[in-house]
Design a protein around this ligand. Sequence first.
Ligand SMILES: Nc1ncnc2c1ncn2[C@@H]1O[C@H](COP(=O)(O)OP(=O)(O)OP(=O)(O)O)[C@@H](O)[C@H]1O
Ligand SMILES: [Mg+2]
Length: 188
Amino acid sequence: MTQKLVGLVLAAESGAVLIDHDAQQAAVQLKLVRELAREAMDELRSVIVHLRPASLESQGLAVALGKHVDVLRRTHKRDISLEVGAGVPVAAAVEGDAFRIAQEALHNALRHAGAGARIAVVLHSEPGRLELSVTDDGVGFEPDAAPVRSHRLGLTTMAERARAAGGTLTIDSTPGAGTTVRLEVPGP
Ligand SMILES: Nc1ncnc2c1ncn2[C@@H]1O[C@H](COP(=O)(O)OP(=O)(O)OP(=O)(O)O)[C@@H](O)[C@H]1O
Ligand SMILES: [Mg+2]
């Protein structure tokens, strides 16, 4: 990826030099910038998807989620409530998927729900069941609309992860009325 980023900077620089005397060549460089930026973004996404926070391995889902929410509160200066009723340890494989789903749902709520939206995270694990939900009272959207799904990875990846964990993902959203993403996994 570093190589791609270097190429990206070089193409942007030659584009900037060319723009005054050779608009056509500048346009070629700009196209290259766009392609390289897209590729670098895809690679970055896949790197992020495979990262697991150290606290998840050592302290479990509830603690890792708490720390993540804390970081988001500080970096985004937003109110995010967290309710954890984690009574039963969760299988390591499920923890990883659940954490990633929470991360993406939070990311979406912060990015798409609107600046004033309140966000609430709830995690419960009890014998026979894990339930994790991320709710916002923001702008909402139509989860089944084709254009929403076609180019975006977040919703698709969350559903895939839920299936991999042996559970289900439900997305309840209505334009103007907020969004709830809920993961349910039959527990230990
Ligand atoms: N909490 C939310 N509130 C409002 N709109 C949302 C919310 N979550 C998702 N959306 C809408 O659904 C679309 C698809 O979400 P998805 O996570 O799949 O893609 P994305 O966030 O745009 O891009 P990425 O691939 O980086 O996740 C978003 O672009 C946004 O329009
Ligand atoms: Mg997303």
